[in-house]
Write a protein of this length. Structure first.
Length: 67
């Protein structure tokens, strides 16, 4: 029986915490920051946790691996 492969796009964007939560970087942080106000840029700093409805799908795509 073949093994399930890790989805490489998911691997680059998400990470599992020890308690099973999914961490990710919020959208809109890469470029074009000059047109965004400072309050918005400040709120986008750091990592965010994913909504509970998406956790099952992301953990399946990571195939049990946390990077």
């Amino acid at each position: 029986m073949p093994k399930q492969k890790t989805h490489k796009g998911t691997k680059k964007r998400f990470r599992l915490s020890a308690s099973g939560k999914v961490k990710h970087r919020p959208a809109g942080t890469s470029h074009l920051a000059t047109r965004k106000d400072q309050k918005r840029i400040r709120k986008l700093r750091g990592t965010d946790t994913l909504a509970p409805g998406m956790i099952k799908r992301i953990t399946r795509a990571l195939a049990g691996n946390s990077y």
